[in-house]
Write a protein that binds this ligand. Structure first.
Ligand code: 4NP
Length: 146
């Protein structure tokens, strides 16, 4: 799960998908394309909206997406087009490029809809992001049978 800062959207996506996955054979992780927040915990507004749904993301720590993530992960879900472009620019093979998908295409294929960045907005933006990611993660969970 990849966003820009790895403190708002992708920590939620990581927490939501982890809560749905029932096997220990799957590694779910998140990262940001930017280095601004490395080592920090998620934004308190993401922590709170996750908590309101019974999910604790408070122990996550931000990290930056790195080239070797292409070796370690089969699927790379990004939140918006800028994340897509940044991650794809680090891919060195066609196979790796194909791993990168806009997460909302899981529910609206080929629409290229984006998960809006809630960082500069209010709490409602975080609730909206949570709801979008919950539906997308349901779809991923079912599709991958995890
Ligand atoms: P995220 O949100 O990409 O969903 O983690 C953001 C967090 C921080 C900033 C931008 C977006 N920032 O500019 O610091």
């Amino acid at each position: 799960m990849v966003c820009l800062g790895n403190i708002c959207r992708s920590p939620l996506a990581e927490g939501i998908l982890k809560a749905k996955v029932t096997t220990d054979q799957v590694l779910v992780d998140s990262a940001g394309t930017a280095a601004y927040h490395i080592g920090k915990g998620p934004d308190i507004r993401s922590v709170q909206v996750a908590k309101s749904h019974g999910i604790d993301i408070s122990l996550q720590r931000a990290r930056q997406f790195k080239k070797t993530d292409f070796d370690d992960f089969d699927f790379i879900f990004v939140m918006d087009q800028a994340n897509f472009d940044n991650v794809v620019s680090l891919a060195s093979t066609k196979k790796d490029k194909k791993k990168v998908q806009l997460i909302l295409n899981e529910i609206s294929p080929e629409m290229n809809s984006e998960v809006p960045d809630p960082y500069y907005g209010g709490e409602d933006g975080f609730k909206n992001v949570y709801d979008m990611l919950d539906i997308a993660c349901d779809s991923i969970h079912k599709k991958l049978s995890i």
